[in-house]
Design a protein around this ligand. Structure first.
Ligand code: NDP
Length: 330
């Protein structure tokens, strides 16, 4: 069984030499454990943070050990009650072909109810992030005008469509290519979208949202955040989900220069972590599951094949190679 290990902590953009794909022994499950043959691996922006030694909300990856991440696969051996060989589970032993995991940290999923990969994306962690961030942190309400960055990605594409389905007055998205911008408007039903590489975000946002915005769902940070504060209406809310534009920075990035606008707008900026919102999971699945099944909420996946391409897939997320959730298929 092969697994990816972190050999050295990247400074700036990760280099292939910081990682190695190594052969490891498959450990049979001890009491309370199951052995899983992984079928799909998740690669996510937050993994960049775990490659650094800095203290954060998840422990750094240990050097010379298998990295971790979301994964779904089939149980091939079980030493735990309630999970049998042939079952499919969602767990955190990603970046490897076989994983021996504690059954209490594995969640059974049904491959008949939805494609297995969707438990990593539209019906999984990124989907719940969109749901919790929009509805709870940003306190979205009908009639709000919503702006979301990273809008063609896993979280962002779901935020925009959820807002539309729940009665937003206007939904605006930004993304990094003309192709993605077209997808947002033509397939996902955004009212307006722009390519942030085409010109200043503040100018493009003002043109796309002449009446301002009530909610900004931030996946990017930097000039996007400053532009959103500049367009915020009275009582506006900004949910800080991610700031991918600074994940490879070696120096602290400058903050928004227009924070004083929060006074006149009575605006609020609040960060959130999906891990604090798993109480919403049943509500999320019962509300969003049928929309996904009926096609009312669309999703894309960018699927990269082979464990040997796991690292490239991860780097691709940081570069913007993906449309929708980036998935590695084994
Ligand atoms: P995505 O599917 O959105 O992939 C990341 C995208 O970010 C890329 O496709 C790329 O698209 C865009 N991007 C990369 N660099 C930049 C840049 N410098 N400026 C603007 N856009 C850039 O990933 P996810 O949906 O998984 O995650 C989206 C965000 O949500 C991330 O910031 C992530 O860290 C955060 N997150 C936070 C969680 C939480 O609990 N708070 C949970 C899950 C995710 P493009 O071509 O448009 O540039």
């Amino acid at each position: 069984s092969r697994e990816w290990q972190l050999l050295s902590r990247p400074v700036g953009w990760p280099e292939p030499g910081d990682f190695a794909l190594v052969e490891a022994e498959v450990r049979q499950p001890a009491a309370g454990e199951v052995l899983v043959r992984n079928a799909y691996l998740s690669v996510d922006p937050y993994m960049r943070g775990r490659m650094s030694a800095a203290k954060s909300y998840v422990a750094p990856y240990e050097l010379g050990k298998a990295m971790q991440g979301g994964a779904v696969g089939e149980v091939v051996a079980s030493n735990a009650d309630g999970i049998a060989p042939g079952d499919h589970v969602l767990h955190f032993g990603g970046w490897r072909e076989y994983a021996t995991v504690e059954a209490k940290h594995a969640v059974r999923v049904d491959p008949e109810a939805a494609p297995l990969s969707t438990y990593l994306g539209v019906l999984g962690m990124t989907g719940l992030t969109a749901y919790a961030g929009l509805l709870r942190t940003a306190a979205f309400k009908e009639g709000d005008a919503v702006f979301v960055s990273g809008a063609a990605g896993a979280v962002g594409s779901q935020v925009g469509q959820l807002a539309k389905l729940k009665g937003a007055s206007r939904v605006i998205g930004s993304a990094g290519s003309a192709e993605k911008v077209r997808l947002l408007v033509e397939e996902y039903g955004f009212d307006a979208a722009f390519n942030y590489k085409d010109g200043p975000v503040s100018r493009q946002l003002r043109a796309a949202a002449p009446d301002g915005i009530d909610v900004y769902f931030d996946n990017v940070g930097g000039d996007h955040l400053e532009a959103a504060i500049g367009s915020l209406n009275r009582g506006g809310r900004i949910a800080v989900c991610g700031m991918i534009s600074v994940y490879n920075s070696t120096e602290p990035a400058p903050g928004p220069r227009n924070l004083a606008r929060l006074i006149q707008t009575r605006g609020r900026i609040e960060g959130f972590l999906v891990g604090d919102h798993y109480d919403l999971q049943p509500q999320f699945v019962s509300e969003v599951g049928p929309w996904v099944a009926s096609g009312a909420l669309k999703y894309r996946e960018t699927v990269v094949e082979g464990i040997e391409n796991n690292l490239e897939a991860f780097l691709g997320v940081l570069r913007g190679d993906n449309t929708g959730k980036m998935i590695v298929k084994l």
